[in-house]
Design a protein around this ligand. Sequence first.
Ligand SMILES: [Zn+2]
Length: 106
Amino acid sequence: MADGTEKREKSKKSGWLWPVGVMATGLAGAVVVALRGCWHRRMSWPVRGQGCAYQVCLGCGAKRLFDEDRFRAYGPYRYDLNELIAWSRVARMGKPAPPKVERPAS
Ligand SMILES: [Zn+2]
């Protein structure tokens, strides 16, 4: 009983992150979190490959595009770099502005 309560409290604490995470990273991200329990907190130093910069999660190996000008990662997490490149192409074509998860600069 005590164990279950403890676990439930823990997941409740970070519960608000779920909707945000699901929206930001899409289904793939949700699956990653569900299967691996990885929040991609530890990302590698950005590396260049196939004409784009990206970071790799040190925990699970997921990749994420990296904007070298703004020095921040953006877009969804994917294990396949080609998928990321395809995503960035679509995103760039759709609208020149960066992804929707925009926060006011502070
Ligand atoms: Zn990860």
